[in-house]
Design a protein around this ligand. Structure first.
Ligand SMILES: [Zn+2]
Length: 207
């Protein structure tokens, strides 16, 4: 089968497929093309999701029929457990994920901003040993960041409106994908702890 012929794709290239290990633990977001490889190599243990994409390949010379393959939005792959160790660590911190965790709301004034107008603000200032960690960083608008300056929230009399926390594995997968499909969201939300801000459900996960 050939999947690279021009004009034969019917799945949008912007879609990401959620890869799980065979035990159901989220592993990676991958593109449709890479997911096709898993089906082709018969490494798919099981798949699920409401979204199914049918890709059409080339014409088979022997039968004259066009090949096709249907893949789904969530794919469990065999033999992916060797990567387990790196997923038990804290999810990598990026500005985009930090703002998504905080739902683009400034921790000091409570107003929502576009990502371009937010800063990653150190609760304990760096000059006082504050680190670049999930629990020491919050999203802050530029005026609040300036006003707080090189002080702690207590010194600046700017109490935090929410407590910064380390996202769980499932939550990190949600924060990382801007174009998450409804069925992928549903699957991942089932693994998000009840105290997560994601359960607030105001639909503003991404700016
Ligand atoms: Zn603010």
């Amino acid at each position: 089968m050939r999947f690279r012929e021009p004009g034969v794709w019917s799945a949008p290239s912007s879609v990401s497929i959620l890869v799980l290990d065979a035990g159901g633990t989220p592993r990676r977001w991958i593109g449709v093309e890479e997911a096709v490889g898993y089906y082709y190599k018969r490494q798919v243990a099981w798949d699920l999701g409401d979204h199914a994409f049918t890709l059409h390949g080339g014409i088979c010379r022997a039968t004259g029929e066009r090949s096709s393959l249907t893949l789904r939005s969530i794919v469990a792959v065999r033999g992916d457990s060797s990567r387990r160790a790196r997923f038990e660590h804290t999810p990598a911190l990026t500005r985009e994920m930090l703002f998504a965790r905080d739902r683009f709301v400034c921790a000091y004034c409570g107003t929502r901003h576009r990502a371009a107008d937010l800063t990653a603000e150190h609760v304990q200032p760096q000059s006082r040993g504050g680190r670049d960690t999930w629990t020491n960083l919050v999203s802050a608008c530029k005026p609040c960041n300036l006003r707080k300056g090189d002080r702690t929230p207590e010194q600046a009399r700017m109490p935090l409106l929410y407590v910064p926390y380390v996202p769980s594995l499932h939550e990190a997968f949600i924060l990382r994908n801007r174009r998450i499909l409804a069925d992928q969201m549903e699957f991942l939300m089932a693994g998000v702890p009840p105290n997560s801000r994601l359960h607030a459900g105001d639909g503003a996960l991404h700016a």
